[in-house]
Every structure is written in structure tokens, then in C-alpha cells.
Design a protein around this ligand. Structure first.
Ligand code: CAA
Length: 693
């Protein structure tokens, strides 16, 4: 079957791209479109050409799988130039998403029409590159520099109505797109409207300082990323140079980015995110259970965030709490968060009421009798959770899924007390649950396949990235985090300061260091978590009790104005000499001679210990693939996307480098903490990586 077919509708030729699933601009599509353009130009009977797509979307971009290898001609750059140069009007007819190279094709057409549900954008920046086929040259010429800069540097797509309002789309077509596009084109021809080539327009800039201002803002907002800054430079070419020269420079910048490590990591993240949706051993056609209503037990911060995830997706939620005041407080939190959206103008009062109206609060578990899924989000304590699961097993209907939001506890024990272990699964959300993209689903020993398939699918419904983990202490994410936290504590005892460790991780690319996070989340919360896991901690961890000391002092973090740092009334943090003194005294009491610890050692001990734990998690089958670990860390723990996740990063620096460092720290810190995982050792010594086994 040809990827591009041309049919004639009277004097109008229609080129239909058909390259499932997303009509990416593969070599075959580029060739087909180039042939369609040549054919339309050469055929005297053809007076205009419409480019339209079959299937679910307009062209969603270049074929990302072709990146990195030699690109076979015709090149997209030549194709768009040929499209624009034609003396006959070309019209792009858009449905679904016109993204990246797809929008560049549409920009090179002389006119664009779209259905109301269409979305348009240049998301290349999210792949660590920039639109390399004229996008940064034509978009500012068509919609102005300011609007183009924001679309290109943020990479977000916009709705058809907005595209029409800013001049990106010429007409919205209600009803059949092809019929509407033909009618639009017939009218063009009848009126003899001149061709409007985007490339011959002038890119107007109202505020010449916009380039520097945008760069300064991006350096903060997208700290560490190279592509956004390069996008600004490239848009500037549209102002400084004629199309041909600007496009040449744009292409050169794009190539440079594409070959760089950041883009490789970001492309890895794109595909890994899609890979983790496929669970090995779980057939894609596994029948899922119907989930039309949800119950949440526990109206605390996590429970409230979880409720918001579901009502945002339009699903009614029954929220169970111990008493009316805590339930009211939860509703109040929701109203406050949505209220912020109303103030910003991104939500109407009616929508707010409609959303909160989907929540039914109750103190009676029997109100859960009809729901299809219940998520337990009560206090992180086995006895309390067991009580809840014993009740849920009795009050819910047969076939209802019983999920726990536990971060560390053994799901299989909860499954047993429910009396319905096949229905029990982990659905581990991250705080704030209504914001964080990660949903770590956890497969119990007896969880039935259709329950797994259902919770993986629900993730998509509530716009989360679902990753499946096996049962272990902390699952994928927190198990690795616990090792990093442990190393941090050890280094505090050995000579580092909280602010030094925070800065190393900040410079590595995390938004915050561990002690800033601890102060934000609450030292009291950390203390409780530490006590709950006490039996699992090593002797040295028991003794590294700085958290306990801060807790005893009432230094709970930001909420009390002091934790590791002190805070002013604007919550600005200052390193506290008192805490440094406390740590120094602690080291002395433990008989540890403090030494200067360099940033490299801090970085290696914090990151490599996680990689080593990741290798164990893989070897034990807790994560099916390194992709799952990378996505957990990218979407749930702020690992810098341009490094691709801990396992991808490990491969980038080389597993032998990690292995050698682990041996070094094994001697320094102890075999208990730094013995290389067998998988890591095997791969490192064979010169392989997690992704090239
Ligand atoms: N190239 C290759 N494969 C692609 C692709 C692309 N541009 N876009 C999507 N796919 C693949 C996905 O990997 C996935 O494959 P599997 O089923 O094998 O996992 C499949 O298409 C379906 O994708 P999604 O699961 O993401 O489907 P969705 O319906 O949820 O979303 C979409 C559709 C909005 C188009 C989303 O896929 C998307 O955002 N794609 C990327 C768009 C993009 O970044 N375009 C710019 C490309 S770079 C470019 O064009 C450079 C240039 O100018 C030179």
C-alpha cells in the first residue's frame, strides 16, 4: 500500500498520507509527497493541491526512529521548499495533531484549514532539538516573533481556534474535512486569490529585547537544557536573514543538537515512556475491567490529590474519611486549588462546581458498595491498612479493584486480609498526586492480569505515565531513593554539609537537593517514615540519626520556619550554622573524623548507589526493563530529562566507570553498602550496558 496516494476532484488534486499510526514523515512519505508535488506542478489540469491525512491524525512529525542514522533523500527541507515554491495553491487540511515536521509541511503550504478538534505545534524542543525544516523561519513570519517564540521554546501545541485567532489557520472546517477543504480551495480558485508564501513574509518583532529576555527566562525555567536556547537563536535568524540563509543556519543548529547527548537522552525518554505502557507477558488485548466510578479512602493530602486526578477525568468519586471535618478540609483544598485556576482564567466557576460536584463524601464504608475501583490512601502503617483492606474485601462488589497507595509496605499482606487477592494491586501516586505524572502500579503475587491491564490503562485516562513494579521494599522509585538518602546521611557524618550535597544534586540537574526537599515535605514526615522502616535499616543507618535529632528539636522544615535550613517569611532558605554544628558534634560523638568531601565523590556516591540498586531491581525482575526505572525517575523524582534517567545515564558514562567507582567506595564505606550488583558487574566486565546487554 502506498503511503501517499493522489486522487483528483475536478481541478483539485488531493494527496492523502497514510502511514499509521501517526503519519510520521518516513522516507516513503517524503518521497510520496515529493512525487505528489511534482505531479501537481506538471499536470495542467490540476489547479490546486490539498494535503490531507488518513487515520487518526495529520502528520505528527518527522519519523523520530530515523534520527541518528543517515537520512535518505528527499530531505524534508527540500520537500517544504518545493511545496512552497509551487505556482499552484497548496492547502493543508488538518485533523488530529499537526506536529513538528507535520506543521512545517503545513506552514509551507499556502493555506491551512483545520477541524475544530485539531491541535498544532512544534514539539521538537521536547526531543532536545529544534524544528529543522523551516519551522523556526516560517512560524514567526506567519504569526509574529513573540507568539512563535513561545510555541517553539515551550513545544506545547495549541487548539485550532487559537491557531485561527493568531493567523496560523485560515479556516475552521465544521463537518467533513475533505469536503470542507475542497470547498475552501474551489473558492480560492474562483476568487483568483494570490498564493501567499509564508517564506516571503517578514518576521516582525515588536520588542527587539525579546530574544535576550526569553533566553534569560528559559535559563531559569528550563535550566540545563540546550535546545530551548538554540530555538531562540534560530527564531532570531528569521528576523536577521532571508528565508534561505535562515533555514540553512536553522538546519545546522538542528543537526548539532540532534547529534548531542541531550537529544539522544530526550529521544530515549520519548520512546521509553511509550515502552513502559507495554507490560511483558501481558497480552495487549487483555480484557480490562470497566471503571466508571471510584472510591478513595483517606482524605489527607495524598487522598485529596488522588480524588482530583479522577474528577479531572470526569469520573465520580466517593471519598471515605473518619469524620466530617477532615472530609470538609479535603474538599476545601480542592476548591482552593481549582480556585487558583479560576483566578488565572484557565477554569470557569461552573467547571469548578461541576468538578467538586463529582465528589461524594462519607464516613460509611458501605457507600463504596457500587464503585468499580477503590484506592486506599490512609496512614502508612500496616495494621491500619490491613483494617481498611479487611473492610474493603467485605463491602465492595465482586470484581471491584482494591488498590493501595502504599509507598513501601508489602501489598501481598494487604491482599491476603482482603480475602480477594486477585483484585488487589498497588497504585502508588506521588505527591502532589494531582500534579506529578508518575503512577507506579505494583503487581502483587496474586494480582489478576485483567486488574493489571486495567490499572495500566487508567493511568492513561487520568493523564499519568503508568509504570509497573513488582513488590519489594519501596518498589522501584523509593527503593532507589532510600539508598541515595542513606549515602547522603553517611556523607553528612563523614564531613559534608547539607548545602554542599544539595548544591551537587542541583548542579547535576535536580530541581532541589535532598535536604531542601526534606524541609519542604517535612522532617516530621521523614521521621515517621524512618520509624516505620526501622527494622529494615542497617545498624549504621540507625546511628546516622540526624533526622531524629532535628525532629526532637521541633525543626520540621519550612512549616516551622527551620529544618536543615532556616526560612524567612517568604520561605527563602539560609544554611543554618546551628545545624552544621549539630552535625559536627554528631560526627564527634560517633567517633568519626570529619574530612573534606569533594563534589565528585558526593555526586558519585549519590548517583552510583542508585544505579547499583537499579541493577538489583532489574536482576530481581522488580522492573521488567531499564526503561521502567528511567521513566520512574524522570517522571516521579525529577531526574534531569536531558540525562535520560539513571540507567541511560549509566550507559552514557559507561558501566565500567560506575563499576570501578563502586569498588572504590566499597573499600571506603563498606561492602554492605557498595558491593556491585551481579548484573552490573557482569555487564561492566563484558563492556556492555543496561540497554546493550
Ligand atoms: N516518529 C516515530 N514514531 C512516532 C512518532 C514520530 N514522530 N510519534 C509517535 N510515534 C509512535 C510512538 O512511538 C508509538 O509507537 P508504539 O505504538 O510502537 O509505542 C505510536 O507512534 C503511537 O504514539 P503515542 O502512543 O504517543 O500515541 P498518542 O495518540 O498518545 O499520541 C502524538 C500521538 C500526539 C502524535 C504523540 O505520539 C506525539 O507527541 N508524537 C511526537 C510528535 C513529535 O515530537 N513530533 C516532532 C518530531 S521531530 C520533527 O518533526 C523534527 C523536524 O522538524 C526535522
Amino acid at each position: 500500500m502506498a503511503e501517499v496516494t493522489v486522487t483528483k476532484h475536478g481541478r483539485i488534486a488531493v494527496a492523502t498520507v497514510d502511514n499509521p499510526p501517526v503519519n510520521a514523515l518516513s522516507h516513503a512519505v517524503r518521497s510520496g509527497l515529493a512525487a505528489a508535488v511534482a505531479q501537481a506542478d506538471a499536470d495542467p489540469e490540476v489547479k490546486a493541491l490539498i494535503v490531507i491525512c488518513a487515520g487518526r491524525t495529520f502528520i505528527a512529525g518527522a519519523d523520530i526512529r530515523e534520527f541518528g542514522g543517515p537520512m535518505q533523500g528527499p530531505h524534508l527541507q527540500d520537500l517544504v521548499n518545493d511545496l512552497e515554491a509551487s505556482s499552484k495553491p497548496f492547502v493543508a487540511a488538518i485533523h488530529g495533531t499537526a506536529l513538528g515536521g507535520g506543521l512545517e509541511v503545513a506552514l509551507a503550504c499556502h493555506f491551512r484549514v483545520a477541524v475544530p478538534s485539531a491541535r498544532l505545534g512544534l514539539p521538537e524542543v521536547k526531543l532536545g532539538i529544534l524544528p529543522g525544516a523551516g519551522g523556526t523561519q516560517r512560524l514567526p513570519r506567519l504569526i509574529g516573533v513573540e507568539a512563535a517564540l513561545s510555541m517553539i521554546t515551550e513545544g506545547n501545541d495549541i487548539a485550532a481556534a487559537k491557531a485561527k485567532a493568531i493567523g496560523l489557520v485560515d479556516e475552521i472546517i465544521d463537518g467533513d474535512l475533505l469536503a470542507g477543504a475542497i470547498a475552501f480551495t474551489e473558492k480560492l480558485l474562483d476568487e483568483g486569490r494570490p498564493i501567499r508564501r509564508t517564506g516571503s513574509l517578514t518576521a516582525k518583532v515588536e520588542n527587539p529585547a525579546i530574544f535576550d529576555e526569553t533566553k534569560a527566562a528559559l535559563a531559569k525555567k528550563q535550566r540545563g537544557f540546550k535546545a530551548p536556547l538554540a530555538c531562540v537563536d534560530s527564531v532570531r535568524f528569521a528576523v536577521d536573514y532571508p528565508l534561505e540563509e535562515g533555514a540553512k543556519r536553522e538546519y545546522a543548529l538542528c543537526r548539532e543538537l540532534m547529534q548531542g547527548s541531550q537529544s539522544k537522552a530526550q529521544r530515549h525518554a520519548f520512546f521509553a515512556e511509550r515502552e513502559v505502557a507495554k507490560v511483558p507477558g501481558l497480552p495487549e488485548d487483555t480484557k480490562v475491567r470497566d471503571v466508571k466510578s471510584v472510591g478513595v479512602v483517606g482524605p489527607g493530602a495524598m487522598g485529596t490529590g488522588i480524588v482530583m486526578c479522577f474528577i479531572n477525568a470526569g469520573l465520580p468519586v466517593t471519598l471515605v474519611g473518619l469524620d466530617q471535618p477532615t472530609l470538609e478540609k479535603s474538599l476545601g483544598t480542592m476548591r482552593k486549588i481549582y480556585g487558583g485556576n479560576v483566578t488565572k482564567g484557565t477554569m470557569t466557576e461552573e467547571a469548578l462546581e461541576a468538578r467538586v460536584g463529582l465528589v461524594k463524601t462519607t464516613t460509611d464504608y458501605t457507600d463504596l458498595k457500587d464503585v468499580d475501583l477503590v484506592i486506599e490512601a490512609v496512614f502508612e502503617d500496616m495494621a491500619t491498612k490491613k483494617e481498611v483492606f479487611a473492610k474493603l474485601g467485605k463491602v465492595t462488589k465482586a470484581g471491584a479493584i482494591l488498590a493501595t497507595n502504599t509507598s513501601y509496605l508489602d501489598i501481598d499482606q494487604l491482599a491476603e486480609v482482603s480475602g480477594r487477592p486477585a483484585d488487589v494491586v498497588g497504585m502508588h501516586f506521588f505527591n502532589p498526586a494531582n500534579v506529578m505524572r508518575l503512577l507506579e502500579n505494583v503487581r502483587g503475587a496474586k494480582t489478576s492480569p485483567d486488574v493489571l491491564a486495567t490499572v495500566m490503562k487508567i493511568g492513561k485516562t487520568i493523564k499519568k505515565v503508568s509504570v509497573l513494579s513488582g513488590v519489594c521494599d519501596g518498589f522501584i522509585g523509593n527503593r532507589m531513593l532510600a539508598k541515595r538518602s542513606r549515602e547522603g546521611m553517611f556523607m553528612l557524618e563523614e564531613g559534608a554539609t547539607p548545602w554542599q550535597i544539595d548544591k551537587v544534586l542541583y548542579d547535576f540537574g535536580f530541581a532541589m537537593g535532598p535536604y531542601q526537599v526534606a524541609d519542604l515535605a517535612g522532617i516530621d514526615i521523614q521521621y515517621a517514615a524512618r520509624k516505620a522502616r526501622w527494622d529494615k535499616l542497617s545498624e549504621r543507618e540507625h546511628q546516622a540519626n540526624i533526622v531524629d535529632q532535628l525532629f526532637a528539636l521541633g525543626r520540621y522544615g519550612q512549616k516551622t520556619g527551620a529544618g536543615y535550613y532556616t526560612y524567612d517569611d517568604k520561605r527563602k532558605a539560609t544554611p543554618d550554622p546551628y545545624v552544621e554544628d549539630l552535625i559536627v558534634k554528631h560526627s564527634a560523638a560517633r567517633g568519626i573524623t570529619r574530612r573534606t568531601i569533594g563534589d565528585q565523590e558526593i555526586r558519585e556516591r549519590l548517583i552510583y548507589v542508585m544505579i547499583n540498586e537499579g541493577a538489583k531491581i532489574l536482576d530481581e525482575g522488580i522492573a521488567a526493563r531499564p526503561h521502567d526505572i528511567d521513566i520512574v525517575w524522570l517522571t516521579g523524582f525529577g531526574f534531569p530529562v536531558y540525562l535520560g534517567g539513571p540507567m541511560f545515564y549509566a550507559d552514557t558514562i559507561g558501566l565500567k566507570t560506575v563499576y570501578d567507582a563502586l569498588l572504590k567506595y566499597k573499600d571506603l564505606v563498606g561492602a554492605e553498602f557498595f558491593t556491585p550488583a551481579p548484573l552490573l558487574e557482569r555487564l561492566a566486565l563484558a563492556g556492555k550496558g543496561f540497554y546493550s546487554k
